[in-house]
Ligand binder design. Structure first.
Ligand code: SF4
Ligand code: SF4
Length: 99
């Protein structure tokens, strides 16, 4: 698969990897990713029953919120969210070049 690429300031090629999924069962609602995202992609919402955490070490009151990809189409593939996430919630994918 040939992926779309960009250029850094000095002309080096890099491949953006876009956030395609966020696992609500791992997310602790800490908000770290929200703070570093340069786009309007993420939103913290109330955790529904269908998004219960898989880690039972956390108090339900501390994890009453969960991050979501509210506006995934605005992602620029910088990867900042995944670098600060302490729970490894994110999945990324490069974007194939359209024929
Ligand atoms: S990859 Fe970058 S732009 Fe996309 S959701 Fe994460 S921090 Fe935001
Ligand atoms: S950094 Fe990870 S654990 Fe924290 S709110 Fe974002 S996705 Fe959830």
């Amino acid at each position: 698969m040939e992926a779309i690429t960009g250029l850094t300031l000095n002309g080096t090629t890099w491949t953006p990897e876009f956030a395609t999924a966020l696992d609500p069962k791992k997310c602790i609602g800490c908000g770290r990713c929200y703070k570093v995202c340069p786009r309007d992609v993420l939103d913290l919402i109330d955790r529904g029953e269908d998004m219960e955490m898989e880690d039972e070490d956390y108090d339900e009151d501390d994890t009453a919120s969960v991050m979501t990809l509210k506006n995934a189409g605005d992602c620029i593939g910088c990867g900042a969210c995944g670098r600060v996430c302490p729970k490894g919630c994110y999945t990324y994918a490069a974007l194939p070049v359209q024929a």
